[in-house]
Design a binder for this molecule. Structure first.
Ligand SMILES: Cc1ncc(COP(=O)(O)O)c(C=O)c1O
Length: 427
């Protein structure tokens, strides 16, 4: 039974007058402490990263590496563009799909990276997470079957469930080469009748990057069976490939713009704009009228002065994005080398995103371990189980910060592991 459906204990209609709205039958009272939300909403997983952070309340000195964001502020030329837009009075609603100059700037940006793309295929959204929700609202409904590749940032798995869809997961494997995809297992899971594939590459949390051959095979299969692909490519620029490669392999490199593909992107990662809530999607133009309606009923539009800053980010931000990626690559290598020297750590160096997702002795119950790390060592890491059961045994460390802070964090982890070894030795 739905939590909001009337129960047999509801107020008797005989006791109220039917002609006054103020006397409408009272909704049944919820048992103390229980939620009146729909079953699907109550069944959503809550954030385990938040749970670890809560365990650290009251701990004076915590080094936080648990969230997926850099410790740097947005570059000043982008902040100034927003300030100027505000000073000009750019404070009004915009078109549902975004202001035309931003859609055109994004079309040029996407075209340069992935081949010809029209502004008619671009919609501006209130960051990547809103783009994911809109994409799901466009194509899935109650009872639909969705497939997702995990370990995965939980939002991609939970969003379709809000809409009443069921989500089947296919796990990446972990071995000598780090995280890899079992392509046959994924294709088998994408059985006829599947409505949508949710796939994120470069991947949060593992840093796994899907190869072009894998994308080609998945695209061909999904075309054959009419399955929508929602590709979350928000980390596409945080890619550490061969010199000269500016972005990770993208489904946009392979697909036409008017087939069943929605590519989600964001200003949060490549331009350090997490708090601005600005993103976009590339989608078939035949979806755009319906997408406009959904944007209207979700957010109406992204903030106008934020969109103005987005134009400046896209048009003038290339040098700062490249510098950021160079720094992230150095931080990744620095942290991976330091962690590899610790006993009980099994770390591989991934080619994308901004995380090391490594196996750690004692992390078989990673949530408990991460709570203990924050309380006893002042070290904030994300538990692998936050990204699905396939992540158990691992922890995630976001390395988008100053190398000196990474060193201080490694030092704390080393001392914590030593204390654990001493305690075992003393037993
Ligand atoms: C895989 C993935 N997709 C999407 C997002 C959404 O980011 P935002 O909503 O800030 O654009 C994130 C944020 O961490 C992410 O890790």
């Amino acid at each position: 039974m739905s939590a909001s459906s009337p129960s047999s204990a509801s107020v008797s209609s005989a006791s109220v007058s039917p002609d006054s709205p103020h006397n409408a039958p009272a909704a049944p009272a919820a048992p103390a402490g229980s939620s009146l939300a729909r079953d699907a909403v109550r069944a959503l997983r809550s954030s385990q990263i938040r749970e670890v952070a809560n365990a650290g309340f009251g701990v004076a000195d915590v080094l936080p590496f648990w969230f997926g964001e850099s410790d740097r502020t947005t570059p000043s030329f982008i902040r100034e563009a927003a300030a100027q837009a505000l000073t000009r009075g750019d404070t009004f609603y915009t078109h549902n799909l975004g202001i035309a100059p931003l859609r055109e700037a994004l079309a040029r940006y996407v075209s340069a990276l992935h081949g010809p793309t029209s502004a008619d295929n671009i919609a501006v959204t209130s960051a990547g997470v809103n783009a994911l929700m809109l994409a799901a609202q466009l194509v899935v409904g109650a009872g639909d079957r969705v497939v997702a590749v995990t370990p995965l940032w939980p939002n991609l798995v939970e969003i379709p469930k809000i809409l009443g869809a069921s989500v089947e997961t296919v796990s990446l494997g972990y071995g000598e080469r780090g995280w890899t995809l079992d392509l046959d297992a994924l294709l088998a899971a994408l059985a006829p009748g599947t409505r949508m594939l949710m796939i994120n590459s470069p991947n949060n949390p593992t840093g796994w990057v899907m190869t072009r051959d894998e994308q080609q095979a998945v695209l061909a299969h999904c075309r054959r069976h009419g399955i929508w692909i929602v590709a979350d490519e928000v980390y596409e620029r945080l890619y550490y490939g061969e010199a000269g490669e500016l972005a990770a392999p993208s489904f946009l490199d392979l697909a036409s713009r008017d087939e069943r593909l929605i590519c989600v992107n964001s200003f949060s990662k490549a331009w350090l704009m997490t708090g601005w809530r600005l993103g976009w999607m590339v989608a078939p133009r035949t979806l755009m009228d319906d997408l406009g309606k959904l944007v209207e009923y979700n957010t109406s539009c992204a903030p106008s002065f934020v969109q103005q800053a987005g134009i400046v980010a896209v048009e003038q931000g290339e040098a700062s994005t490249r510098a950021l990626v160079a720094d992230l690559r150095a931080s990744r290598d620095h942290l991976a080398a330091a962690l590899a020297r610790l006993p009980g750590v099994d770390v591989k160096v991934p080619h994308g995103a901004m995380y090391l997702f490594f196996r750690l002795a004692g992390a078989e119950r990673s949530l408990d371990l991460c709570k203990s790390l924050v309380r006893e060592a002042g070290l904030g890491l994300a538990p692998g189980s936050a990204f699905g059961p396939q992540g158990e045994g691992f922890v995630r460390w976001c390395y988008a910060c100053d190398p000196a802070r990474l060193d201080a964090g490694v030092e704390r982890l080393a001392r914590y592991l030593e204390r654990g070894a001493d305690q075992q030795g003393a037993r």
